[in-house]
Design a protein around this ligand. Structure first.
Ligand code: CMC
Length: 391
């Protein structure tokens, strides 16, 4: 008993006030700081969006140059990180490595960190945006046994990441401008999404006054699950399993069967009860990018057929289940040569901009209180202890 509401999954609870991202799930609207996602996707860049999310306004030229300079200045990781990375098994999932590496960052930036100082908080946010791609690329290279590549700071954010991750002397695909543009766009679409599970996790941990690097590490952990960011990896595996357009109907039937334990990955959303505006943009981009790169992936036919079949099916129509941002993103990442186990890491790199913005907003919020939900107790009532020899 108690004077509180039972709300499993927090479907009807606002945990904070925020001025960062607005979603209208019925209309399929997404705004970052008031700017429609469609306009940002068309005209902006990921780094500019990161500035916008963090600071509330688009930067002028000078502000952008100085932000870019600062982020670029912090791209290197401490040499000791190499020993951490080297300690992981070669087949460790890169999301597991990323959680560990970000957690360990706290050990490099903790003792002198004064969370009361806004400038130090801002620096922590910049460091995270700057270093997460370097760490992510290093984790990938470790898994394939390649030497770690240092960030080439004369490149732009997204191209620099592709260069660190993919560069082999004989195969300079990462500098392909189509690939860099597509990746940047996906990063923009994934940069923030109000109080989703990982952002709420960052805020919950942040509400205790914990170190910002572990706050973001816990966000990465929450993102990994297949119901959240792990969906992009799960979608590609699902499409590969379905294999051919002829098999789509049986996959849809299986997803409708509650006993099958199978859901259509990349379908449905807690907030969107209409087409996810990000999914519409990714869908369009998939055709363009595959066309420009000259990639003919049969999985695209499977995905299109699957979307068509689900959108015509009473089960999905009734429940307002539409494709979400992750339905098509994996096909693009695959075309860019990103290995499937890195898909959720891509999401994490982009969402770091959102996580740090929410963390900064929370640290500035005079109404911030430690996150401490209550429960409906369903256990035993009070009873007497019985000694082990009498049980
Ligand atoms: N396939 C089949 N049935 C589904 C699906 C699906 N993908 N998603 C929801 N349902 C059904 C569900 O069984 C339930 O049916 P009923 O009312 O008969 O019990 C109804 O739709 C409502 O689902 P819910 O699980 O109560 O909805 P939720 O808001 O708790 O979950 C979700 C949202 C995204 C976790 C869920 O739709 C899902 O598991 N989707 C697949 C995973 C996925 O694509 N996740 C990525 C989300 S977008 C990227 C991100 O921001 O993380």
């Amino acid at each position: 008993t108690g004077c509180f509401t039972y709300d499993p999954g927090f479907t009807a609870t606002a945990s904070c006030k925020s001025a960062i991202t607005y979603i209208d799930g019925d209309e399929g609207v997404l705004l970052y700081r008031g700017y429609p996602i469609e306009q940002l996707a068309e005209k902006s860049s990921f780094l500019e969006v990161a500035y916008l999310l963090m600071n509330g306004e688009l930067p002028d030229k000078q502000q952008f140059d100085s932000f870019e300079h600062e982020v670029t200045h912090h791209t290197m990781m401490h040499e000791a990180f190499k020993s951490f990375i080297g300690g992981f098994r070669h087949d460790a999932h890169p999301m597991a490595m990323l959680v560990g590496m970000l957690g360990s960052m706290a050990s490099f930036y903790h003792n002198d960190l004064d969370l009361e100082d806004p400038e130090q908080r801002r620096l922590a946010a910049i460091r995270l945006i700057a270093k997460v791609p370097t760490i992510a690329a290093a984790c990938h290279r470790h898994s394939i046994g390649w030497p770690i590549r240092y960030p080439r700071n004369n490149l732009e954010y997204t191209t620099r990441f592709l260069h660190m991750m993919k560069e082999v002397p004989s195969e300079p695909l990462e500098l392909n401008p189509v690939a860099a543009k597509a990746m940047d766009l996906l990063f923009i679409l994934h940069a923030d999404h109000e109080q989703n599970a990982s952002t709420s996790t960052v805020r919950l941990v942040g509400s205790t006054g914990a170190n910002p690097y572990v706050c973001v590490a816990s966000g990465v952990a929450a993102l990994w699950g297949p119901a959240h960011g792990g969906a992009n990896e799960a979608v590609l595996k699902m499409l590969e399993e379905i294999g051919r357009p002829e098999n789509v109907k049986s996959a849809v039937d299986k997803a409708k069967d509650k006993n099958s334990g199978f859901r259509l990955m990349g379908f449905g959303h807690r907030v969107y009860k209409n087409y996810d505006p990000r999914a519409a943009l990714v869908r369009k981009m998939t055709h363009e990018v595959l066309g420009q790169l000259g990639v003919n992936d049969p999985l695209l036919d499977v995905a299109m057929k699957l979307e068509e079949a689900a959108l015509q099916d009473e089960y999905f129509v009734q429940r307002k289940l539409y494709p979400n941002v992750d339905f098509y993103s994996g096909i693009i990442y695959k075309a860019l040569g990103i290995p499937v186990e890195m898909f959720t890491v891509m999401f994490a790199i982009a969402r770091t901009a959102g996580w740090v913005s929410h963390w900064l907003e929370q640290q500035n919020d005079p109404e911030n209180k430690i996150g401490r939900p209550r429960q409906i107790y369903t256990g035993q009532t009070s009873r007497e202890y019985v000694g082990i020899d009498q049980r």
